[in-house]
Design a protein around this ligand. Structure first.
Ligand SMILES: [Fe+2]
Length: 201
């Protein structure tokens, strides 16, 4: 199969002007995201040449590439949602999204309580996502780029809680970073992601 190649999204200017999360931290974090894109492209190139007939569950080139590629894809997609979600004033979702959050999660304050807890419970990510099969929003956590997402759910908000997200500005004080994230959520972006889903319902 021909290797599939991807490019990074354009870096939104808004993410370099956050309140409490420094531009230096965001720039360093963005470089990690670009690293995932670069590695995805490298893996797909190298995987094209891997011997399919030698595939083996204990070790094989094909296994190594297939395992690594899901990690790279997660690293790309998770960070794209995260960076797009930042750069607002945390003011709140659109009426339509607020209504869905009320229905599925019990309101905005209940959602924030859940997001804070998910952000502390996760080792990598907390997501707010729409489950197309069960027709509901819920919180999900992940311990790595490629762990715990469920089939047929679309994230509309992604909170990165890897230490690289906050160590520069907050040392190990993750709760302070989560509050800064909440204060900088671009709800126009989150609401637009929701609108794209709602249109299909
Ligand atoms: Fe990250």
């Amino acid at each position: 199969m021909p290797p599939h190649q991807v490019s990074p999204i354009a870096k939104p200017d808004k993410i370099l002007k956050l309140d409490g999360i420094s531009a230096e931290s965001v720039e360093a974090h963005w470089a990690l995201y670009e690293g995932y894109v670069k590695k995805y492209n490298e893996i797909t190139e190298k995987m094209a040449a891997a011997d399919r007939s030698a595939a083996n569950q204990i070790f094989s080139d094909y296994r190594a590439y297939r395992s690594a590629i899901t990690f790279a894809i997660g690293g790309i997609k998770n960070h794209e949602v995260y960076f797009e979600n930042l750069g607002g004033d945390g003011s709140g979702p659109s009426d339509a999204l607020a209504g869905q959050i009320e229905r599925d999660l019990g309101g905005h304050d209940a959602f924030l309580t859940e997001l804070r807890a998910a952000g502390m419970a996760a080792r990598g990510w907390a997501w707010l996502a729409w489950d197309w099969d069960w027709s509901r929003l819920d919180l999900y956590i992940g311990d790595a780029q490629d762990t715990f997402p469920v089939w047929n759910a679309t994230p509309i908000l992604a909170l990165d809680v890897y230490e690289h997200s906050y160590i520069r500005d907050f040392s190990t004080a993750r709760p302070k970073y989560i509050e800064a994230f909440i204060a900088n959520v671009d709800w126009a972006d989150v609401s637009a992601k929701w609108e794209r889903i709602a249109k299909e319902l």
